[in-house]
Design a protein around this ligand. Structure first.
Ligand SMILES: Cc1cc2nc3c(=O)[nH]c(=O)nc-3n(C[C@H](O)[C@H](O)[C@H](O)COP(=O)(O)OP(=O)(O)OC[C@H]3O[C@@H](n4cnc5c(N)ncnc54)[C@H](O)[C@@H]3O)c2cc1C
Length: 403
């Protein structure tokens, strides 16, 4: 490769999903002297999103503040988002029920439901604001290899261009090429569950409430979407044992709506209609290390968890917030941004937090899947007791809000 084809940049971010695109914006904003390249394999128009994205995320207050801090929240808030003020969680096999209300915290909401394409589109639009940020898209990464001389990394692109960088950030999702190329191992297992994701219309208004039922075969969430007086919409995330999920996918729309109505115990009346349904296999994955010299993993590239508490992307946002803080700190001190000492600080601050959330998700998933009568009785009694403990409820909900 001739040196004319190799471009030196300070940071390469691979993956312009929600986490990668917003990471690049944050980094460019906090460090105008750093030259950043963002590489994405999908076509540009796919990143901007379309009319409606069936994939939504429950965004915590911590994430909202992060997006506000990098100037993205106003653009997001102008789009199709829905603040939720209450949450109602119940055990489909018993009498346990827990209600959360933002009034108990003196807050105006518990979080926001935002279409993924809205989050990502806002970040993609903002890329143009930064002179120190270049988007390569669509672009395929052919290889990732250490440079021989100085510990930097060379990213070879299909178009013939190569990028040489001090810091490579892998934001390329659960099947991360960066993770594989740098030999960062994972601990992973299949939940043997899949999530059915769709937008549904319900008979009754959702009352700005996130509804979640735990069934033995998996949790079902109805998340509030913008609606009007005539029509009420929710985003469905229905995780089920894979065989059950496939059988539900095979039903026609009317049969599916009837089944969903029964499964949701008609908490929002009849389910009147369902838009196209998507099936997403669920797998837990955690990189044993998020870092190697000159390399850091963020978002789903580092960890993917069960969607039952809607925390996955919020953990990714916390990753990029901390990584950018550590890069800025290294810059201020004149240290190498790709040095292991810099990256270790990032890993130390994020890994325990991510791990504790993964353990909590695993606990809840197993707790509600258990068919044992004693476990069922105990969890229902526990839920009732928890619902009557305002202090404990407040501390849990504050944690779920990332505060
Ligand atoms: C059913 C379901 C519901 C969920 N609900 C919630 C929720 O309510 N709240 C929440 O916080 N989280 C939720 N999550 C989790 C959340 O969706 C993920 O954590 C989030 O999408 C991860 O974002 P990411 O940017 O890290 O990865 P991705 O969204 O996977 O983005 C990766 C990007 O990298 C690109 N890419 C991949 N490989 C390459 C390559 N080699 N070169 C260039 N580009 C590449 C891809 O095209 C993509 O644009 C849910 C997940 C599921 C499955």
């Amino acid at each position: 490769m001739s040196s004319a084809q190799v471009k030196d940049v300070d940071v390469v971010v691979i993956g312009a999903g929600m986490i990668g695109a917003i990471c690049a914006c944050l980094l460019a904003r906090a460090n105008p002297s750093l030259m950043i390249a963002l590489i994405e394999s999908r076509p540009y128009q796919d990143l901007r999103g379309g009319d409606f994205d069936p994939r939504v995320s429950a965004i915590t207050e911590r994430t909202r503040r992060l997006l506000d801090g990098c100037g993205l929240w106003d653009a997001i808030a102008r789009e199709r988002i829905c603040g939720y003020t209450k949450m109602e969680v119940w055990d489909a096999e018993g009498t346990g029920r827990v209600r959360f209300n933002c009034d108990d915290l003196g807050a105006s909401n518990l979080g926001h439901i935002v279409e993924n394409c809205v989050l990502q589109g806002a970040a993609i639009d903002a890329l143009d604001d930064y002179d120190n940020l270049i988007l390569y898209c669509p672009e395929i990464v052919q290889s990732i290899a250490p440079a021989l001389a100085d510990g930097s990394t060379v990213v070879q692109l299909d178009s013939g261009q190569a990028l040489c960088t001090r810091l490579l950030i892998g934001a390329d999702g659960a099947a991360s090429q960066v993770r594989r190329a740098t030999g960062l191992a994972t601990r992973e297992w299949d939940y043997r569950q899949s999530a059915i994701v769709a937008c549904v219309e319900t008979e009754k208004a959702h009352l700005d409430t996130a509804w979640q039922s735990f069934m033995p075969t998996g949790p079902m969430a109805l998340l509030p979407l913008p609606s009007d007086r005539e029509a009420h919409f929710c985003s469905l995330v229905w995780s089920q044992d894979s065989a059950v999920a496939e059988a539900l996918m095979a039903l026609d729309d009317d049969q599916f709506c009837r089944q969903l109505g029964v499964a949701s115990e008609h908490c929002l009346g009849q389910v009147l209609a369902v838009k196209p349904r998507f099936l997403v296999p669920l797998r837990q994955r955690h990189a044993l290390d998020y870092i190697a010299p000159g390399v850091a993993l963020v978002g789903d590239a580092a960890h993917s968890i069960h969607p039952l508490a809607g925390q996955g992307v919020n953990l990714g946002f916390a990753d990029i917030q901390v990584l950018v803080e550590e890069i800025s700190r290294a810059q201020r001190r004149g240290c190498d941004i790709g040095a292991l000492a810099t990256l270790k600080r990032f890993q130390r601050r994020r890994k325990a937090d991510n791990l504790s959330m993964m353990v909590a998700m695993e606990f809840f998933q197993r707790l509600f899947a258990s068919p044992q009568l004693t476990v069922r009785a105990l969890r229902n009694a526990g839920m009732r007791q928890f619902d009557r403990s305002p202090g404990l409820k407040q501390s849990i909900i504050r944690r779920a809000m990332g505060l």
